[in-house]
Design a protein around this ligand. Structure first.
Ligand code: ADP
Ligand code: MG
Length: 502
């Protein structure tokens, strides 16, 4: 398929998410759309897939302008989309999911699963998309569920496939396999629009790269472009891609988790006997594909989730099952995964959010009376020191950008006396510039002789920050490795296999 987007503009109220975007994709081409979080990538793809209607511009397929009322129209014109969040029915089999909503019938009202199964076998074989048609989707690893989504699109004769941030939930090995699949699809003449914000992936697989920033096309590049050039195009200025870390000189262990068992919201064991040690002057990075118990582990440590058994010790003090307040007072700083829910009060000012954990303490209050001068002074200083971009310290924190909201939390947590900083997905959704900034703050906390536990599903982040890397899978620690370990080795642990090979 030859696709052309001409002058696509999409507004949400007064906000322009896509601004006169031109883009063309040739048959058999892997075209990467590269842009930071919030650049407008998903919006553009939703327009192309008929889920949103453009305010201006047109979609042209093989020379013919088309108009999509809904995604059914797009599917009929040969477009398939694999969403960031899969749209499969967990309790159905692979074959049932593939035919869902589009069932080949022998006669009216009879679904022909035999034909569906044969279709899946044929497509699986043709495009290296091995998956068992009879398997139940909920029993498959995420990488295979994604294959089912791709098969579903192919079974509807998609000629152009949109993959929106498909690698976010995959292990390194699953990412390699997906890239092989993309290459074989392209070799068979399919067009692919591959959306990502990861430079390495773009360079590995793209034929052509289009960079968008703030809803506009900034330019295009070839896969041979350097990572720093691509990053500058994405961000609009020079960026530092590596974390500058001095030599590592750890002290004694200041934080211990022993045989921790924690249940998830459904009452199932999510953390299954985890033990960890973090030393002074050390960053322990916890790697893993999301959903392997990391969230429950962090919540349990922070006092936000009950601990079934096991102990947590901070600086010699037992903090097992203590309230969040007591855990913070013991010297644990917490940068939560969901900053808007757990880290900030969005309607309160920047100044108030910067003292959220210590509003009734000196110097911010005395004998029940708030010292507004001290609160303001603190805010002015932190806004300056942590480069928080806000029109004033009185602005509601909810109106700041995601990166600046995160800086408010980082500033607050790192500006009080801490022994251990625990940060969960500290840079998720941030722009490259803010990522760089947050990383530097974490390293400087460690360089002052403090301990840090960083939980991240971004392998690059784990490898850049960790002085040691622990890998979590299915509620357990599969291994602890040095930062010099290979991506392959860490990837195997993330997938639950021991490095020695079972
Ligand atoms: N339905 C919507 N209503 C209002 N704003 C939206 C909507 N969808 C996306 N946006 C805004 O449009 C911008 C681009 O979002 P998106 O296309 O999801 O970016 P990307 O996929 O590149 O991360 C963001 O600022 C986002 O908040
Ligand atoms: Mg998106």
């Amino acid at each position: 398929m030859r696709l052309e987007l001409r002058g696509i503009t999409k507004r949400f109220g007064s906000f322009t998410a896509n601004d006169r975007i031109d883009l063309s994709v040739e048959p058999g081409q892997i075209h990467s759309l590269l842009g930071e979080n919030g650049a407008g990538k998903s919006t553009l793809m939703n327009v192309l897939f008929g889920l949103l209607h453009p305010d201006e511009g047109e979609i042209v397929i093989d020379g013919e302008p088309v108009r999509f009322h809904d995604s059914g129209d797009a599917v009929r014109r040969g477009i398939g989309m694999v969403h960031q969040h899969f749209m499969l029915v967990p309790v159905f089999t692979v074959a049932e999911n593939v035919v869902l909503g589009f069932e080949p019938t022998k006669s009216f009202n009879r679904v022909d699963y035999k034909k569906a199964t044969e279709d899946i076998r044929r497509l699986s074989h043709q495009f290296n998309l091995e998956v068992d048609p009879a398997a139940r989707v909920e029993e498959l690893p995420v990488g295979l569920q994604q294959r089912v989504e791709i098969l579903k699109a192919l079974s509807r004769d998609a000629e152009l496939l949109i993959l929106d941030e498909p690698t976010a939930v995959l292990t390194p090995q699953e990412i390699d396999a997906l890239m092989e699949i993309m290459r074989s699809l392209a070799a068979a003449g399919k067009s692919i629009l591959f959306i990502t914000h990861k430079l390495k992936e773009v360079k590995a697989v793209a034929d052509v790269i289009t960079v968008i920033r703030q809803g506009r096309v900034i330019g295009s590049a070839e896969a041979s472009a350097s990572e720093s050039d691509l990053a500058s195009m994405m961000v609009g200025r020079e960026v530092e891609l590596t974390v500058d870390k001095s030599a590592f000189a750890p002290g004694e262990s200041v934080f211990q988790v022993r045989d921790l068992v924690v249940r998830n919201d459904r009452g199932l064991i999510a953390v299954n006997g985890v033990s960890l040690d973090v030393r002074a002057g050390e960053i322990l990075a916890l790697a893993g594909v999301q959903g392997n118990g990391q969230t429950e582990l962090v919540e349990a440590i922070a006092g936000m989730r009950p601990i079934e058994s096991g102990t947590i010790t901070l600086d010699g003090q037992d903090i097992t099952n203590h309230s969040p307040r007591k855990v913070l007072d013991a010297g644990l700083g917490h940068i939560p995964e969901d900053r808007q829910r757990d880290g900030l009060v969005l309607s309160l000012s920047v100044a108030d959010n910067l003292v959220l954990n210590t509003p009734r303490r000196a110097p911010f209050a005395a004998r029940g009376t708030r010292n507004l001068g001290a609160v303001r002074e603190n805010a002015e200083r932190l806004v300056h020191d942590f480069d928080i971009r806000t029109t004033s310290i009185d602005e509601a924190v909810g109106s700041l950008s995601g990166g600046n909201q995160q800086k408010v939390i980082v500033a607050r947590e790192l500006s009080r006396p801490l022994r251990v900083l625990m940060a969960s997905q500290p840079t998720r959704g941030l722009d490259v510039g803010s990522i760089e900034y947050v990383h530097r703050q974490i390293v400087s906390h460690r360089n002052q002789g403090n301990a840090a536990l960083i939980v991240s599903s971004e392998l690059d982040e784990v490898m850049a920050l960790g002085d040691r890397i622990a890998v979590m899978f299915d509620g357990r620690i599969m291994g602890v490795v040095e930062p010099s370990a290979s991506r392959e080795e860490i990837g195997l642990l993330m997938a639950g296999s021991q490095v020695s090979g079972e």
